[in-house]
Design a protein around this ligand. Structure first.
Ligand code: PLP
Ligand code: ZN
Length: 500
């Protein structure tokens, strides 16, 4: 639809015009820093940053109901820069001109209602939000679209040139970073650091295919992160981990989309998310807070963060009810099928602590909760979800297991509806499904397959057949007819088909 065809009162707002004054703010010393620099940590105290807008107040001049209409109408525009996360431009990266925005098809991922059978099994109504349907097949694309659009903007302004973008990754960050950097070739080159043998073959193939320099390092993600931090302190590189606050801004789009999908009424909505480095839960809380502050939503939804018992430092931190007594302890992780969340020292922990307090305060009651689940529950629920029409990854299994655990603990009531995050596509983690089906999990995973969930291919090769088709040697005539007949009979027998 052309701009002139939209309602007159909406037309002036369709193309974003908000004059933002973004700046980095340190969560520790409250220092404020110029947004034109690539900063990851506070230059004064070294702690973590978030991005704020000095002109955020001016967004409140537009009533919440008008904002709702603006976003809903804007969805009908055919302008690529506004089709992805920047549909919510004023809230995501308002200093970035539309001609600097990178759009590779990220965001606006489907929200799929669970069928009756699965709803009954889970004991609670819920939807999957399929962030595996992003271009590199995980939610990380939301943050990369933001971080690389910002870098594109700096390049166009001649603030930076010849960028080498680097990240440490549990697999999906590197896939997303390499994809968006590849699109910006030759202005941006990328390198990724992965823990050797701790990412899936599919995840490894992604940055290789995008042409990034790929380095594998002994150890786990936390070790890779330390190397990348050391590189960013000593060399001129652009860091693309969620330490980079631009990543958080882009990932806030997840919350805005949920708000839009439920017509901005989040009264009975519970959002369930897996936690690894804690960038995603940070973004989700911050996103809902921004929409709440501008009256676009009137209720802050409940948020439940889920961790595997093999990598649960955030869960353990919140086990202590008295906030003054809480003490964060990094942990040594154990192998997890929710491998992309296998992180013992989450970089965004200070952001989580800051935002949980703010969120609960604004909501007037506790609205953020943390749940722990076992490896067995994670994979059993992933397989059960997918047997009922979903494409959940293991982390999607983790959120479903978390939802069910939360319901059992009465953190969720019967009139509530959950939106649970499948953060990546099932295919990225199909190796774990294969281990389950072939009962070959190393014992550290503490997973033993439930026979009812196992599914194996059946090789049909009738015995009393002298000839079968071979590569390059198809069968013809009588031997072929015999082969078709025997194979059909055997399949019909197994499936107990009735003759017509
Ligand atoms: C990165 C990742 C996570 C963890 O997200 P954080 O922001 O690090 O907490 C969960 N699931 C998948 C599939 C991921 O790629
Ligand atoms: Zn500081």
């Amino acid at each position: 639809m052309k701009i002139s065809d939209f309602p007159k009162d909406i037309q002036p707002y369709l193309i974003p015009k908000h004059h933002a004054k973004l700046y980095y703010k340190c969560l520790n010393c409250a220092g404020e820093y110029d947004i034109k620099k690539l900063l990851y940590t506070c230059p004064d105290c070294g702690k973590i940053l978030l991005i704020y807008d000095k002109n955020f107040k001016s967004l409140k001049k537009i009533p919440g109901e008008l904002w709702q209409k603006i976003f809903d109408y804007r969805k009908m525009l055919k302008i690529p820069a506004l089709k992805g996360i920047y549909l919510f431009h004023e809230f995501i990266g308002p200093i970035i001109p539309l001609d600097s925005v990178l759009y590779l098809g990220e965001g606006h991922t489907p929200i799929i209602k669970a069928n009756d059978f699965l709803t009954q099994k889970a004991g609670v109504k819920f939807y999957y939000k399929n962030d595996g349907q992003n271009p590199s097949a995980s939610f990380k694309d939301r943050g990369m679209a933001s971080a690389l659009s910002y870098i594109n903007f700096l390049i166009k302004q001649n603030h930076v040139s010849d960028i080498l973008a680097i990240c440490a990754s549990t697999g999906d960050t590197s896939a997303a970073a390499a994809l968006y950097a590849a699109y910006m070739r030759p202005k941006v080159k990328s390198a990724v650091l992965l823990p050797h043998k701790k990412v899936t073959p599919q995840q490894l193939s992604q940055p290789l295919g995008s042409g990034a320099a790929v380095f594998e390092i002994p150890g786990v993600f936390d070790d890779c992160m330390k190397v990348v931090e050391s590189l960013s302190e000593n060399y001129n590189i652009a860091l693309l981990n969620s330490k980079n606050a631009w990543r958080i801004l882009g990932q806030e789009s997840y919350s805005y989309e949920i708000a839009q999908e439920f017509d901005y009424d989040l009264k009975d909505i519970v959002v369930v998310v897996p936690i690894g480095n804690a960038g995603n839960i940070t973004a989700i809380m911050n996103g809902f807070l921004k929409f709440y502050d501008t009256g676009i939503i009137n209720t802050l939804p409940k948020i439940i963060g889920v961790q595997s018992s093999h990598a649960n430092p955030v869960y353990k931190y919140y086990l202590e009810p008295d906030s003054k007594k809480r003490k964060f302890e990094p942990m040594v992780v154990k192998p997890s099928v929710a491998q992309a969340a296998m992180i013992g020292n989450p970089v965004s922990m200070p952001r989580v602590i800051h935002l949980v307090e703010k969120y609960n305060l604004k909501a007037g009651c506790n609205k953020v909760f943390f749940i722990e689940v076992s490896e067995q529950q994670i994979i059993d629920w992933e397989l059960t979800a997918n047997k009922n029409g979903h494409i959940a990854c293991t982390h999607g299994g983790e959120t479903l297991a978390g939802l069910i655990t939360a319901k059992k603990q009465n953190l969720i009531s019967d009139n509530e509806t959950a939106v649970i995050n499948s953060t990546a596509h099932a295919l990225k983690f199909s190796g774990f499904q294969e281990m389950y089906f072939s009962n070959s999990f190393p014992k550290e995973f503490e997973i033993s397959p439930d026979p009812r969930l196992i599914n194996r291919p059946v090789y049909i090769h009738p015995e009393n057949l002298s000839e079968v088709p071979k590569h390059g040697k198809p069968l013809t005539g009588e031997p072929f007819n015999k082969f078709i007949k025997k194979v059909s009979e055997e399949i019909a027998d197994i499936l107990k088909l009735k003759k017509i």
